[in-house]
Design a binder for this molecule. Structure first.
Ligand SMILES: Cc1cc2nc3c(=O)[nH]c(=O)nc-3n(C[C@H](O)[C@H](O)[C@H](O)COP(=O)(O)OP(=O)(O)OC[C@H]3O[C@@H](n4cnc5c(N)ncnc54)[C@H](O)[C@@H]3O)c2cc1C
Length: 291
């Protein structure tokens, strides 16, 4: 099936892109095209104008800035996967990226495109939610930095303003003690979208007690969610403590049923994967040399 007719424009700078997007409510951004091109071909998307942002100056690249790892929206997923700064400062993203699609899709797909697409099962949005990253958008009115809770508003739905686009994401770098991460997901085949996924990051102090912890769950409800496992702080984590904390935190998980899995299955697997991801993260942190 062929896409419905559309005009294609390649703006030279961000201001021009915002001007085109705000002048035409039927305009749509295209970046790596890995999700949008199949949707165009199946006529699930019929924009009047495609605005190609992939080569806009200043929208790609990875840098450390004011305690955050900043990733430009049009940075290819493979570039983030291979980045020494990501491996060093954002090990949770480094652990999640190999699960995003396949090498050919990561060669084209962008970090910002995955955030803007807002698939509830996508790995990059899950890491952004877990670490409470800041997602930055820009339109003719200027720049807006949003928390993931404000940015992700439903399945494939975001708070990107009309006439605007995602320009970067700022992941906080945990600077303190020994840090470990854990990432697990269940899908029909490797690299398919996850039925359920769990991402965890743990920081431990000199005495081996947990000093900071984050746990996120994806694929269960209409957007990735952060679970409150703050009860682990101050604790030396063992299996029982872990299961109790995850059980308590996952109690209110809002889960959906679909062709792939029931809500009950998703809730059960979320508890299991959540505990596994936390256990891996804690073990990895403990194994690290004292800073
Ligand atoms: C076979 C296959 C398997 C895949 N498996 C996975 C998977 O397991 N996990 C996963 O997370 N993803 C998966 N994907 C999707 C892939 O990661 C896409 O790259 C990603 O979803 C979209 O990024 P893109 O740059 O390709 O965006 P595009 O396809 O160009 O755009 C996607 C959407 O985002 C909007 N958009 C893009 N960039 C911006 C921006 N800067 N600002 C505002 N809006 C923007 C577009 O308008 C469009 O609505 C898979 C894709 C394929 C083809």
């Amino acid at each position: 099936m062929k896409p419905a007719p559309f005009d294609y424009v390649r703006p030279q700078n961000l201001a021009e892109a915002c001007a085109i997007l705000s002048a035409n409510e039927d305009a749509r951004v295209i970046a790596g095209g890995q999700t949008l091109v199949p949707m165009l071909a199946m006529r699930l998307a019929r924009p009047a104008v495609l605005v190609d942002v992939l080569r806009l100056p200043g929208l790609s690249g990875i840098r450390v800035e004011e305690g955050a790892l900043v990733i430009g929206a049009t940075t290819r997923q493979v570039e983030a996967e291979r980045s020494p700064d990501v491996v060093r400062h954002l090990p949770l993203l480094a652990a999640a990226l190999p699960w995003v699609g396949h090498p050919p899709t990561r060669n084209r797909g962008t970090v910002g495109g995955s955030l803007a697409n807002a698939d509830p099962s996508a790995e990059i949005p899950l890491v952004a939610v877990t670490l409470d990253a800041e997602i930055v958008t820009e339109d003719e009115g200027g720049m807006l930095a949003m928390s993931p809770d404000d940015f992700f508003i439903g399945p494939m739905l975001t708070a990107v303003p009309m006439g605007g686009l995602v320009t970067q994401v700022r992941f906080p770098i945990w600077q303190g003690g020994r840090i470990g991460v854990g990432f697990h997901e269940v899908s029909a085949r490797r690299s398919d979208f996850a039925f359920v996924s769990a991402a965890a990051q743990v920081e431990v102090g000199a005495d081996g007690a947990c000093t900071r912890v984050a746990l996120g769950i994806g694929g269960v409800g209409d957007r990735p969610v952060r679970l409150d496992v703050g009860s682990l702080i101050g604790m030396r984590i063992d299996e029982t403590v872990l299961e109790e904390a995850v059980e308590a935190a996952a109690g209110g998980l809002d889960a959906t049923s679909d062709l792939h899995a029931s809500a009950e299955y998703r809730r059960r697997v979320a508890r299991l994967l959540g505990a596994r991801a936390l256990a891996d993260a804690y073990a990895e942190a403990l194994a690290k040399e004292h800073g």
